[in-house]
Design a binder for this molecule. Structure first.
Ligand code: SF4
Length: 113
């Protein structure tokens, strides 16, 4: 029976390569995911029922008295983008992207911002 020895160097090298590739693969996956999303239409029935707007400055203050201008999608716990992303996925509106400057009634402060 043939026996193959794997050196510690080979194992460490493989681990380092895998560690380097995971973020790159994740970035490619996120870019592909973002490209497959369609921008959320404010006239979508669900979006409308949640008061979604593409610009937080356009929120109807009389209908949303607790809204503050600093509340935007990019500071919301449901926003899947990073700081600086113009648009990103939202956990509430699956399959759609929302603009960083948008807002809806589900807004809740993202922890750590
Ligand atoms: S849930 Fe948050 S991220 Fe999604 S549309 Fe509403 S405010 Fe924007």
């Amino acid at each position: 029976m043939m026996q193959t020895k794997i050196s510690r160097r080979v194992v460490v090298k493989g681990g380092l390569i895998a560690t380097a590739l995971v973020p790159a693969i994740r970035l490619m996956h996120n870019a592909a995911l973002a490209a497959s999303l369609t921008p959320l239409d404010p006239n979508d029935p669900t979006a409308k029922s949640l008061g979604f707007v593409t610009e937080t400055a356009k929120v109807d203050a009389s209908a949303n008295p607790t809204h503050k201008p600093t509340q935007k999608c990019n500071t919301c716990a449901q926003y899947q983008g990073k700081v600086g992303d113009a648009t990103a996925a939202c956990n509430i509106f699956v399959g759609h992207s929302v603009p960083a400057s948008g807002w809806c009634k589900v807004w809740a402060q993202k922890p750590g911002i």
